[in-house]
Design a protein around this ligand. Sequence first.
Ligand SMILES: Cc1ncc(COP(=O)(O)O)c(C=O)c1O
Length: 392
Amino acid sequence: MAIDVARARAETPGCGKGLHFGAAGASLMPAVVLDAQLDHLRLEAEVGGYKAARLAAEAIEGTYDSLARLLGCGRQEIAVIENATLAWNLALHAVDFAPGDRILTAEAEYASNYISYLRLAEHKGVEVLAVPSTPEGELDVAALESLIDERVKLISVTHVPTNGGLVNPAAEIGRVARAAGVPYLLDACQSVGQLDLDVEAIGCDILTASARKFLRGPRGIGFLYVRDEVLERLDPPFLDLHGARWETAESYSVIPGARRFETWEFNYASVLGMAAAVDYALDWGLPAIEARVCALAETLRGRLAAIPGITVQDIGRRKCAIVSFSAAGHDSSDLEAALDRQGIVVGTSTPYSTRLDAERRGLPTVVRAAVHYYTLESEIEAFAQAVEELVA
Ligand SMILES: Cc1ncc(COP(=O)(O)O)c(C=O)c1O
């Protein structure tokens, strides 16, 4: 079913207040997400945080059902974690790496992830290999397959990189990982909420994301998915009294399910905001969201590519809602600031955020403009005109 854009905009307080192309950083929240947070904050102010959590217990538990529906997994396979970076690192550091073990990743890997690989190389003697890309730009699945051997301990890939519209072939990578019996960690921070994801279809064992990006949730909250079958092969880097029970003076037991990766304290207003965002996305339907954002992004790419001096920098056979570009003779950060002065929100991505990809392609800092399903075609035109005037 097609998205009712007028309703989506009416339900989004930020729509119509300037032009928002910042969804790759943080999308505009719908009113239901804002209200879920404000209602809980008010309750906390009235009865205190602990009683508020008891009163909201059913809704809080519902978060796990909502996320399980979003990803097509079991609720016990979900942990709620403060952000994608933490969720991803908790999983990575739960793998029992030994010297000589290999991690296979992609060229467009996110800086924070790569820094963690480098630390593992330094501390544990792990080798990190970036699988080459195809001429079109995505991870080359045949090259990945050829690199599989007994040394490979983890396949760890970013689905949609931080610096552009590329969609890596997550399900094809999943087939290679399954056939090889190698655990597969997918950083879905930039794809959750804009692409229709199903962990069974993708075949990933671990998936991480934040709520604030295309899911339209609050900041400071995210989640971790861990497949039941790999859970016991992972050793959480630490456990608290929420993830484990102190059974006797000398012993403890780990709780069942992915929640062992959580800690006790939560910002429940954010948790409930994330649950509302997931339910809201599911109500629209992820296939409908994906179809609209991809079509809008193609329109934006075409319009920008027609402007003299603009280079659209997106690569890959499959692309998504993020449109990255640079302008000859213009610094992308200056462009971002100039657009901001006109009430137009975009982001930028420096070469250091995806160093291997940026160096390979000689990328400058790029402007990152992302559409969402609430974006209008007329906003795309107004945005393109503003860019055209700035670079003329
Ligand atoms: C690909 C990718 N992974 C992970 C993250 C980190 O997410 P968070 O800032 O929520 O920890 C980002 C943030 O931009 C990202 O682009």
